[in-house]
Design a protein around this ligand. Structure first.
Ligand code: SF4
Length: 242
C-alpha cells in the first residue's frame, strides 16, 4: 500500500499514522445488533438464475435493477422513497456489502452517501478504488430503507436476500467485504458477534469474505479505526490475488 493512499484514509479517519493498536477485545458493532434466527443468504430461496456469460453482466444487472425497483415483496416498499440497488463496476474486484439504506440513501437512491459514505470513499481510496471509476461495487443486504433506520427484520432479509445473492453472482468479485455485523451475519449465516468474525477469511460459496466495521460505527468509535485499517490491508491483499 502506498503512502499516499494510507494518508488519504488515515486523514479521513483522523487516525495518527502509527497509532498503537488497542489490546482490548473489539466491541460489537452497535449499528447492527443481532437478529434472531436469521437464515443465511446462502440458503435462501431466490430462484434459479443460472450461469451468465461475462459480457452479459451489465445487461443482467440493469434488468435486476429494474426488478428491484418494482419490488413489493415486503412491507418496506410502502415507506421507501425509492429502492437503493447498489452502485459500481459490474466487473468489480471488490464488493462491499452494508446493511440497509438510511435516510439520505433513500432520498438519493445510492448506498453509502453522507458522512458514512464519505468515510467509505476514503476507505476505498486507501485500496486504490473509486466508486465512480471502477474496481468496486457497493450494495446493501436490504434495498429499501427500514423506517426510522430500525434494524432489518428477518422476514425482510429473507425476502430481499435473493437480490444480493444475484448481484454477487453477476459481479463475481474476488473478495466480498461485509460492513458491520448484520451484513456479516447475513452473508455468513452466522450469529457470531463482529469481534469474532473480523480478522479471518470466510466464504460465500467460493468467494472470500472479509469483515470489518460499518463506517457509521467508525465515525462514532474512532478507537477502532486502526483495526479497520488492518482489515483493509487484508482486503487489498485478497483483491490483488495474494
Ligand atoms: S426491501 Fe427488498 S424485498 Fe423488501 S420491498 Fe424492498 S426490494 Fe423488495
Amino acid at each position: 500500500m502506498d503512502a499516499r493512499s494510507q494518508r488519504i484514509y488515515l486523514s479521513a479517519l483522523g487516525t495518527p499514522l502509527y497509532r498503537r493498536r488497542s489490546r482490548e477485545a473489539a466491541p460489537d458493532d452497535p449499528t447492527a445488533p443481532a437478529m434472531e434466527s436469521q437464515p443465511p443468504l446462502l440458503e435462501e430461496e431466490g430462484g434459479d438464475y443460472g450461469p451468465l456469460a461475462p459480457e452479459g453482466r451489465e445487461g443482467a444487472l440493469a434488468a435486476l435493477r429494474e426488478e428491484v425497483a418494482g419490488c413489493t415483496a415486503c412491507p418496506l416498499h410502502e415507506s421507501r422513497t425509492q429502492t437503493v440497488f447498489g452502485v459500481g463496476d459490474p466487473h468489480a474486484r471488490v464488493m462491499f456489502v452494508g446493511e440497509a439504506p438510511g435516510g439520505e440513501e433513500d432520498r438519493r437512491g445510492e448506498p453509502f452517501v453522507g458522512r458514512a459514505g464519505q468515510l467509505l470513499d476514503a476507505m476505498l481510496a486507501s485500496l486504490g478504488l473509486d466508486r465512480k471509476e471502477g474496481g468496486v461495487f457497493i450494495a446493501n443486504v436490504l434495498k429499501c430503507r427500514p423506517p426510522n433506520n430500525r434494524d432489518p427484520k428477518p422476514e425482510e432479509v429473507a425476502q430481499c436476500a435473493g437480490y444480493l445473492r444475484r448481484q454477487i453472482e453477476l459481479v463475481q468479485p474476488r473478495v466480498l467485504v461485509a460492513l458491520g455485523r448484520v451484513a456479516a451475519q447475513q452473508l455468513l449465516g452466522s450469529q457470531q458477534p463482529l469481534a469474532r468474525l473480523r480478522g479471518q477469511e470466510h466464504r460465500f460459496h467460493e468467494t472470500p469474505v472479509l469483515v470489518t466495521y460499518h463506517p457509521a460505527y467508525l465515525l462514532r468509535n474512532p478507537a477502532d479505526k486502526a483495526k479497520a485499517w488492518e482489515d483493509l490491508k487484508a482486503v487489498r491483499r485478497r483483491a490483488a490475488g495474494d
